[in-house]
Write a protein that binds this ligand. Structure first.
Ligand SMILES: Nc1ncnc2c1ncn2[C@@H]1O[C@H](COP(=O)(O)OP(=O)(O)OP(=O)(O)O)[C@@H](O)[C@H]1O
Ligand SMILES: Nc1nc2c(c(=O)[nH]1)N[C@H]1C(S)=C(S)[C@@H](COP(=O)(O)O)O[C@H]1N2
Length: 195
C-alpha cells in the first residue's frame, strides 16, 4: 500500500501581545499554536509566524500580508480579543474580511465556558479573506488547545472548532487538510471526502 499524498499547507500564526512583542515576557502563543497544529494535521506545513503589538493597523496589515502575499490559507491569531482598550484584534480582523463566519466565535465562547467563566469576555471572530480562513483565539496560551480541540471525551462531548476547519478550507478553495483523529476528528460530508 502506498502512503497517501498530502497537499502541503501554508499556515499563518500571529501572536498579538504588547508585552511579549516588547520582550517583557517570552511569547508562548506562537509555540503553542505550532505545537497543536503540528500534532493535529497530517499535511506538510509551511509556517509564517509574526509576533506583533496590539495595534489595529499593524494587525490588519499583517493579516493582509499573510493572505495576499505569503499565500496562507489558514491564519490563527492569539491575543487581544478581550474588552480592554488595547484589545483590538477582532476589529483588525473584521477590517480585512470578505465575509464573517459567526459560528466560530459563538462556538469558541461556548467551549471556553466549560473551562473558565470569563469565556464570554472574548470578542473573538473568524472571517474569510480570499481563499483563507482567519480565526482569532484568546491570548492565554492554554486557550489555544482548549478552543481548537474542545473536550471530545467528555459526556456529552464538547466539539472543538478545528473539526470544521478542513471542510471550510475546501469550500473556499484551499488545500485538502487532513487531521489525526486522536487529536481532532475533522468532519466532512461524505460527498466531500477524498478517502
Ligand atoms: N503571547 C503570550 N505569551 C505568553 N503569555 C501570554 C501571551 N499573551 C497572553 N499571555 C498570558 O495571558 C494573560 C492574559 O493575556 P492578555 O492577552 O489579556 O494579556 P494582556 O494583559 O492584554 O497583555 P499583552 O497584550 O501585553 O499580552 C497574560 O497576563 C499572560 O500571562
Ligand atoms: N478557552 C479559554 N477561553 C478564554 C480564556 C481562557 O483561559 N481559556 N480566557 C478568557 C479571558 S480571562 C479573557 S479576558 C478573554 C480575552 O482574552 P485576550 O484579550 O487575551 O484575547 O478570553 C477569555 N477566553
Amino acid at each position: 500500500m502506498t502512503e497517501p499524498d498530502y497537499e502541503s499547507a501554508r499556515i499563518g500564526v500571529v501572536s498579538v501581545s504588547d508585552r511579549a512583542s516588547s520582550g517583557v515576557y517570552e511569547d508562548a502563543g506562537i509555540p503553542a499554536l505550532k505545537e497543536w497544529l503540528g500534532r493535529a494535521l497530517k499535511n506538510p506545513l509551511e509556517w509564517e509566524t509574526r509576533l506583533i503589538p496590539d495595534e489595529q493597523d499593524t494587525i490588519s496589515a499583517t493579516l493582509t500580508e499573510l493572505v495576499d502575499e505569503a499565500g496562507c490559507n489558514l491564519v490563527l491569531t492569539t491575543g487581544g480579543t478581550g474588552p480592554a482598550p488595547r484589545d483590538v484584534t477582532p476589529e483588525a480582523t473584521l477590517a480585512v474580511a470578505d465575509r464573517v463566519m459567526p459560528g466560530f466565535g459563538e462556538q469558541m465562547r461556548q467551549i471556553s465556558l466549560t473551562f473558565v467563566p470569563t469565556a464570554i469576555l472574548s470578542r473573538q471572530v473568524a472571517v474569510v479573506r480570499g481563499r483563507a480562513l482567519l480565526i482569532n483565539l484568546p491570548g492565554q496560551p492554554k486557550a489555544i488547545a482548549e478552543t481548537l480541540a474542545g473536550l471530545p471525551d467528555a459526556a456529552p462531548p464538547v466539539h472543538g472548532i478545528f473539526a470544521a476547519v478542513p471542510y471550510c478550507i475546501d469550500l473556499i478553495g484551499g488545500p485538502y487538510l487532513e487531521t489525526y483523529d486522536e487529536i481532532c476528528k475533522a468532519f466532512r460530508p461524505k460527498s466531500a471526502r477524498r478517502r
